[in-house]
Design a protein around this ligand. Structure first.
Ligand code: TA6
Length: 296
């Protein structure tokens, strides 16, 4: 598919390509509103989303790796075809450590600046996971940020997969942060071997390590960032489950690519199909999308 190159007219809008950390190839999306996204071909990883005031809305660890074969810590990791250790593959699957190919860039009829990256099965992935897949990941920027993943089965065998946008939001102070839209949901507590419980709170707040998979969440949820007086609205489609994660003090200290104090300025609110993996027949196609909007 021809890659449409678009200069950045008046330096404010369009798509450009450059090299980011460690020389990794990157795509820059700039919207006329002044919003800006950085998208690394390594892992098709959104590493930065800035609002029109130039404020960074995503968390990216100061100690993140930017090297082949290792995941970037922060931004929006693309988790496919396996969530966490929920199977025999490397944790969170292989999509986040592969180099993706630019497939298309430009502006949509609705005025969003976008880039589409593609990943196809190859000898290495087939050794790990014996299925022929094609992924098309599209990042769209306007006054909001939308990420959309299309999974196609290019082989002759059905396959099951999990897909998650493992989004790291930047917050002023985790102790003044709460996630809303989860009240009444059943969740699996990853800190208690997946024990199930029901979320009683209107606002999920943090006073320690938190690692929960909320099952069958509504398509509208969000985060109150009290430290910055900001609210993130999150809307999702085709992704029933929501993971809420903060490593807190001890786990932060155990993570080599994460600063000891960085747990205070991030929260992961992840959207995906986890508890009930999707099954795709030959020639089948699946889509999941999430949009983020930040106020304040
Ligand atoms: O999505 C939550 C989680 O599964 C946590 O258990 C934690 O391990 C996090 O993902 C980060 O995983 P990673 O492999 O990127 O270190």
């Amino acid at each position: 598919m021809k890659l449409s190159r678009q200069s950045q007219p008046n330096g404010r809008a369009g798509v450009a390509r450059d090299s980011g950390a460690n020389g990794l190839p990157r795509i820059i999306l700039a919207h006329p509103s002044g919003a800006r996204v950085e998208l690394c071909r390594h892992g098709a990883h959104v590493t930065s989303w800035k609002n029109a005031r130039g404020e960074e809305l995503l968390f990216l660890s100061q100690k993140s790796w930017f090297e082949p074969g290792r995941p970037i810590r922060g931004g929006i990791p693309v988790v496919f075809p396996q969530f966490c250790d929920d199977g025999p593959l490397p944790k969170h699957g292989f999509a986040r450590t592969r180099t993706w190919t630019p497939a298309a860039t430009g502006t949509t009829p609705d005025g969003e600046t976008f880039a589409t990256l593609r990943l196809e099965a190859d000898a290495e992935t087939l050794r790990l996971w014996p299925f022929r897949f094609t992924l098309e990941y599209t990042v769209l920027l306007s006054d909001r940020l939308t990420v959309r993943l299309a999974v196609s089965n290019a082989g002759d065998q059905p396959f099951r997969f999990q897909a998650v946008f493992h989004t790291y939001f930047r917050v002023g102070d985790i102790r003044q942060t709460g996630v809303f839209g989860l009240q009444g949901l059943e969740f699996s507590d990853s800190l208690k071997a997946g024990a199930r419980a029901c979320e009683a709170r209107e606002l999920v707040t943090f006073a320690g390590e938190t690692d929960r998979i909320y099952i069958g969440a509504s398509d509208a949820l969000g985060i109150h960032d009290g430290g910055r007086g900001r609210t993130f609205s999150i809307s999702k489609k085709g992704l029933p489950d929501v993971v809420v994660w903060n490593p807190w003090i001890d786990k932060a200290q155990r993570m080599e690519d994460f600063g000891d104090e960085e747990y205070q300025s991030m929260v992961c609110v992840e959207t995906g199909n986890i508890v009930a993996p999707a099954t795709l027949k030959p020639a089948g196609r699946w889509e999941g999308a999430t949009s983020f909007f930040s106020e304040g």
